[in-house]
Design a protein around this ligand. Structure first.
Ligand SMILES: NC(=O)c1ccc[n+]([C@@H]2O[C@H](COP(=O)([O-])OP(=O)(O)OC[C@H]3O[C@@H](n4cnc5c(N)ncnc54)[C@H](OP(=O)(O)O)[C@@H]3O)[C@@H](O)[C@H]2O)c1
Length: 246
């Protein structure tokens, strides 16, 4: 497989899609560098991957800080000699109407979901150019494809990333950089656990997610598919959602 031996750094790998992606790619022979703020979870993940025969390293990353992404990329290069893929997966959401004026929540979504990706691009692009190759994978959302009430700002941040990646792609047609946007629908993770303040609504959102959401490993497999293509083949956009999702 083209994936074997590729060095992959993943943001937001302490839970959900990022964690499943780290496990899956490591099982396919990719050394993985996992970043997030909850380092206890990252350390446990590295131990488990290594116990299964894989290679992994962890470092604390807050994607709202450009230094966090720089250190993620540095760990990849120092531990494994290069960086082939950056999976910009870290994300956060708040569920509320715009009229609720959750200004803090908006700022958090812009900082993590948009600036976090830009910080990753800033850290990884010089390494990709120096190496003569690299792949940027971002986890966006079907929220940006079907716009629904209470998710406007979240959808806006995800579509901002979609736009950024298309712009970057247009500027990078010399064959050095591949870009991929993965759009998951409902996936059973911790994402919505703190997305709503009202306990009753929160419980309902959690129940819906548990009922409808697919296993995060399904998204991990989609990410692996994009990475596994030959260098001259770019999977630009991939949507993966529950069969029952409206
Ligand atoms: N679940 C879904 O239904 C769904 C659907 C479409 C798209 N997505 C997207 O999928 C991605 C992964 O989310 P998930 O569903 O797997 O949810 P999750 O289990 O809540 O994972 C989110 C991850 O992002 C990390 N993160 C949040 N803020 C961060 C920050 N400032 N710096 C570094 N890491 C940060 C968290 O780690 P720490 O808290 O340890 O830092 C965690 O590892 C997100 O971009 C999300 O928007 C999810």
């Amino acid at each position: 497989m083209a994936i074997h031996g590729k060095v992959v750094a993943i943001t937001g790998a302490s839970s959900g899609i990022g964690e499943a992606t780290a496990r899956h790619l490591a099982s396919l022979g990719a050394p993985v560098v996992v970043g997030a703020r909850r380092t206890d979870r990252l350390d446990r993940l590295v131990t488990e991957i290594e116990a299964g025969g894989g290679r992994a390293a962890a470092t604390r990353v807050d994607v709202t800080d450009p230094d966090g992404l720089r250190s993620l990329v540095t760990v990849a290069v120092e531990r494994f000699g290069r960086l082939d893929v950056l999976v910009g997966n870290a994300g956060t959401t708040r569920i509320s109407t715009i009229a609720d004026l959750d200004v803090e929540g908006w700022a958090a979504m812009v900082d993590v979901n948009v600036k976090g990706i830009l910080h990753g691009i800033a850290a990884a692009l010089p390494v990709f150019r120096r190496q003569g190759g690299g792949h940027l994978v971002t986890v966006v959302s079907t929220s940006g494809l079907k716009i629904v009430p209470t998710q406007a700002v979240y959808a806006g941040t995800k579509n901002a990333v979609r736009t950024l990646l298309e712009g970057l792609r247009q500027e990078s047609t010399d064959g050095v950089l591949r870009t991929t946007s993965i759009s998951p629908g409902y996936v059973r993770t911790e994402l919505v656990d703190n997305a709503v303040d009202d306990p009753a609504v929160r419980e309902e959102v959690r129940r819906n997610m548990a009922d409808l959401g697919i296993d995060p490993v399904a998204v991990a497999r989609a990410i692996a598919f994009a990475i596994d293509q030959p260098d001259d083949v770019e999977i630009g956009d991939l949507t993966i959602r529950p069969t029952r999702q409206g």
